[in-house]
Ligand binder design. Structure first.
Ligand code: PSU
Ligand code: MN
Length: 326
């Protein structure tokens, strides 16, 4: 007869005590005083933008948040240690193009990167996972991953969409990039139970460089107070739900956005011709880089503008949300 062994749940690996988690003083203070705080991702620094714009944008987003009284919590993994809140020298280190072997860290990669002592930038999915474990309820980024064009064959659907379906952290973004299949992305978001709301006076679902994708969001929100109310209500349902607040790029950039769109179409065609579309996690960084080259820097300029805009909206929402959480 076999002996029965009592079930013992494993101990968490991600703790400050075992040195696998480090919170900056600023983040520690914000969490302990329940002050407004916003999580920020780092794949955009390591794999999403070229140097030195990756660094200047990371710094500028943080300073936009701070100037509104909101603590930025940029999340990354440095030599196997999860950092929440980075010093400017850590941001510099992460953005350095000479730094080789930096991993793009999605949910599936977290344990591997920590156990192997590696350094990496966390994606939307990876960042949400860590933000949630600390009780951070709001996250600002540029664009989320989504369903890739041709996904009916490749099955390339970003883990971001599944994370949005199961990890209760509200996300502010500029929609999904037009390198993706927008209608299929919206379908999967619906299937995953994500509350998608456009921010502003229209319900168009934005497509990153462009304020409209040609598709609609199911909901529309026009000010920070209503956005916070929606986010808070979703987070406090019996099973918390994610709100994806889709903020269109300011209309001043509409013409430039249309020009960038042409580069997007060319980059996608090239990725199929060269078989890049079959390279898993490399697909998104490759397309982002190629659009940057083809657009002669225009895409990058818009990318910075829209992230800064998202940070400003995110800060206003964070302040309102904080009042409801008290
Ligand atoms: N979209 C962008 N810039 C980015 C990304 C997406 O416009 O830097 C990054 C984000 O970190 C996002 C990730 O979570 O790419 C999605 O990658 P994938 O499609 O491999 O899941
Ligand atoms: Mn993918």
């Amino acid at each position: 007869m076999g002996q029965s062994v009592p079930f013992r749940p494993p101990k968490a690996t991600l703790t400050a005590q075992n040195g696998r988690l480090v919170l900056s003083e600023e983040v520690q203070h914000a969490l302990s005083t329940h002050s407004p705080i916003v999580a920020l991702e780092s794949t955009i620094i390591t794999h999403g933008m070229p140097h030195p714009t990756n660094l200047s944008t990371a710094l500028s987003v943080e300073s936009i948040l701070r100037s509104e009284g909101v603590t930025p919590a940029t999340i990354a993994i440095l030599q196997g240690v999860v950092h929440v809140g980075l010093t400017s020298s850590q941001l510099e280190q992460l953005s350095d193009p000479e730094l080789t072997g930096t991993v793009k860290v999605s949910r599936r990669d977290l344990g591997a990167v920590i156990s192997m002592g590696l350094t990496g930038g966390t994606t939307v999915a990876g960042t949400m996972f860590i933000a949630r474990s600390l009780g951070i309820g709001l996250f600002v980024t540029g664009g989320i991953g989504g369903v890739h064009r041709g996904a009916e064959k490749s099955m390339d659907i970003s883990a971001d969409l599944m994370e949005l379906g199961r990890t209760p952290v509200a996300v502010v973004c500029a929609g999904a990039k037009s390198i993706l299949d927008i209608p299929k992305t919206l379908e999967v978001l619906e299937t995953q139970g994500v509350c998608v709301a456009s921010y502003g006076d229209k319900n168009d679902f934005p497509a990153f460089y462009s304020p409209t994708s040609g598709y609609k969001s199911p909901w529309q929100i026009s000010d920070p107070t209503s956005a916070a109310s929606l986010i808070h209500t979703n987070l406090t349902l019996p099973e918390p739900l994610v709100t994806l607040l889709a903020v269109p790029i300011p209309s001043t950039y509409t013409v430039e956005g249309q020009e960038v769109q042409e580069s997007v179409e060319i980059a996608i065609r090239e990725s199929v011709e060269q078989g890049i579309d079959k390279r898993g996690k490399e697909v998104t960084p490759w397309l982002l880089k190629r659009v940057g080259e083809l657009s002669g820097g225009k895409a990058l300029r818009l990318n910075v503008k829209l992230i800064e805009n998202n940070a400003a909206v995110g800060a206003a929402v964070a302040l309102e949300l904080n009042k409801l959480e008290k």
